[in-house]
Design a binder for this molecule. Structure first.
Ligand code: ADP
Ligand code: MG
Length: 328
């Protein structure tokens, strides 16, 4: 394309990545040496960064619109898990070449989600190299708030939003490792490529949950982070794990539990709620339009995870996603 031939880094930034979000707390957006952001008094800044690498986190030929959405969604999911209000985002893009159609598509997916949550793109970086995307989101919390991993206590209920394992099912379908019945294929592909960050749920849980995180690497591994940080033991009721119709139509019950516990990329929230707040939970989450399910409880004993099937101990291999597993 002739236009691309003449486009340099600064043209691209100006044309595609400099938009006016209308946020009053952005004193200086893209274009200077730093962004300048107005942090209100008595406010905590919540900051999180995630990188997506081609061939590791997504297929190289993934639809750029979906990729733009996902790159921001997985970052917003971390703000959701903290209960923070999203405000700003920066974007570091490493691109093998200038492909304007790709950049346009990426921006369409990215900015649609950014506008939905009123997040301003305030800066970033552009380099040439193997395709990789690093997003850093910034949100705020009132002083003293924030859903940490370390607050779970004996007697708390354990909950998750949505259904579990669908993204992993979508990945297995894409890799040809199993066959999802045709009517459910789009659903599972969407779950893999188009996660919805649970921002409203996180905000609603701010004064209710004792701990929370987002499930990016599989429920079992991620819940273990809560258990380790809180120094507690959990009992999980396998029969309570929320499974989609797509899941139950595609695999056996044992496989479904495997995917629900070990599959990555769900971006649902897992959280604990003490008894005193359980009554508020239904009301607080009712306006979020997201289903939630109790899947177990925090009990007495050594920190760790116990699986129960209708009250009886059950054993299954558990392994969260670890990029460095097996690497020397
Ligand atoms: P520097 O050389 O100071 O690092 P750059 O040339 O990388 O600056 O970037 C120039 C300006 O454009 C900066 O304000 C930067 O934040 C912004 N910018 C660069 N890449 C992006 C991007 N992908 N999205 C938004 N803003 C960007
Ligand atoms: Mg730079």
């Amino acid at each position: 394309m002739l236009a691309s031939f003449f486009m340099n880094e600064f043209d691209i930034i100006k044309q595609y990545f400099t938009t006016d979000s209308g946020r009053k707390d952005v004193v200086m957006g893209p274009g200077d040496d730093c962004a300048l952001l107005q942090v209100p008094p008595q406010t905590l800044l919540a900051v999180s960064t995630d990188t997506l690498v081609s061939g590791v986190h997504f297929f190289a030929d993934m639809d750029p619109v979906a990729l733009g959405h996902k790159a921001l969604a997985v970052n917003l999911s971390d703000l959701a898990a903290m209960g923070a209000d999203p405000r700003w985002v920066s974007l570091a893009l490493t691109l093998p070449r200038v492909d304007e159609a790709w950049i346009k598509g990426f921006c369409a997916g990215f900015f649609e989600l950014a506008e939905y949550y009123n997040v301003a793109l305030v800066g970033g970086d552009m380099t040439r190299g193997p395709l990789s995307i690093t997003v850093s989101v910034k949100g705020t919390l009132p002083e003293g708030k924030g859903l940490r991993r370390s607050g779970a206590k004996v007697g708390d209920g354990i909950y998750v939003t949505g259904t579990l394992g669908d993204a992993a099912l979508g990945l297995k379908q894409a890799l040809g490792e199993l066959s999802v019945p045709e009517p459910y294929r789009e659903f599972v592909r969407n779950k893999l490529e188009h996660p919805h960050p649970r921002i409203l749920v996180g905000q609603a849980l701010r004064d209710i949950a004792s701990s929370a995180l987002d499930i990016s690497d599989g429920l079992a591994g991620d819940l273990n982070h809560i258990l380790a940080a809180s120094g507690v033991r959990a009992q999980l009721d396998l029969e309570s794990l929320p499974l989609s119709e797509a899941m139950t139509a595609s695999v056996t019950q044992e496989q479904a539990w495997q995917l629900a516990l070990n599959g990555g990329d769900d971006y649902e929230l897992c959280f604990t709620v003490p008894g005193v707040h359980r009554g508020q939970l239904e009301t607080a989450l009712s306006h979020c339009g997201v289903k939630f399910t109790q899947i177990g409880r925090i009990g007495f004993g050594e920190p760790g995870l116990e699986l129960l099937n209708n009250g009886k101990p059950y054993s299954m291999p558990l392994h969260g996603w670890d990029h460095f597993r097996g690497a020397s």
